[in-house]
Design a protein around this ligand. Structure first.
Ligand code: ARG
Length: 293
């Protein structure tokens, strides 16, 4: 590309062009703007602490349509949000222009209190997302401009791209503004639940004979008596921390279940470590699109 007067361009294109022209690879820049990823509570909340402390999960975002919250998501760098494909798959281009990403939000009702609200430039959902089996339930949103990180808005860390760690028997946290019970109304403030992951073999046993498409390797299941994610939580994160004080890592995306908090069925999450390459590829595609504009 030419390194001349860029004319009138969005700030983040200018940022990309500046980086490109200064010899810093854009990729490198995008990758490294999640250097300070993973802020959150000092330690994993206990099983009973379900109201999140205000702004304690700075990577958490709400997806809004006509000011109504319908899904969650998480910030992974300054312009990308990871969410579930099923949250955005039915949107037309016109709908996408109405989509808003609320960052630094705690209260949903009576009034929403986001610190920043962004529009979305691009919605990429996985090509192999299947609305019947919920296979490959992942999407990446590109925000219209980069977010400035603050103590209350910052990215989550992604796990390394390896399948050796199955993240089984971990204490994890799922967060969202979804319904607290199957027929309940949405919570007023951000909710957090501490739940336990299991092996996929165990999860397959639970759904055996009930869900024919089954539990794919790229899913991960988690449950805890009386606690589950539910309607409106989809797209939000399942998070782990290796020890108190350590960075928070997103290992799952809230995806599906049978009812909510049914003792027979755990919640099912998209396993992020299976899609780290896919996310990276989308980043690259974004750059091509942005650079060729
Ligand atoms: N699909 C739901 C949504 O759209 C979330 C499902 C999670 N269900 C569960 N039982 N864990 O918000």
């Amino acid at each position: 590309m030419k390194c001349s007067n860029p004319g009138v361009l969005p700030v983040y294109l200018l940022l990309l062009i500046t980086l490109q022209c200064s010899g810093v690879s854009v990729n490198h820049a995008l990758k490294n703007d999640n250097r300070r990823c993973g802020s959150g509570p000092y330690k994993t909340p206990s099983f009973g602490e379900t109201n999140a402390v205000k702004n304690s999960w700075p990577s958490m975002v709400a997806l809004l349509m006509y000011n109504r919250q319908f899904c969650g998501g998480s910030l992974i760098d300054s312009i990308h949000v990871v969410t579930a494909a099923h949250c955005v798959v039915s949107f037309s281009a016109r709908n996408i222009s109405k989509l808003r990403v609320a960052l630094g939000m705690h209260s949903l009702r009576p009034v929403k209190d986001p610190q920043v609200t962004k529009t979305v430039l691009r919605v990429a959902y996985h090509n192999d997302f299947n609305a019947e089996t919920f296979y490959n339930d992942i999407a990446l949103l590109t925000l219209d401009s980069p977010v400035v990180f603050t103590p209350t808005i910052s990215p989550i860390c992604l796990p390394p791209n390896d399948s050796s760690d199955q993240h089984a028997y971990r204490k994890t946290v799922a967060i969202g503004w979804g319904a607290p019970t199957e027929n309940g109304t949405q919570a007023n403030v951000l909710q957090q639940i501490t739940i336990l992951t299991m092996t996929n073999a165990e999860c397959r046993n639970r759904f055996d004979g009930v869900v024919t498409s089954g539990i794919a390797d790229h899913m991960i299941c988690a449950s805890y008596p009386g606690k589950d994610t539910c309607t409106g939580d989809s797209g939000g994160p399942l998070l782990v921390q290796d020890m108190p004080g350590a960075k928070w890592i997103q290992i799952g995306i809230i995806s599906w279940g049978i009812g909510c908090a049914d003792p027979d069925f755990p919640g099912v999450y998209t396993r992020i470590s299976s899609f780290v390459d896919w996310i990276e590829k989308q980043n690259q595609l974004d750059l091509h699109i942005l650079m060729s504009k």
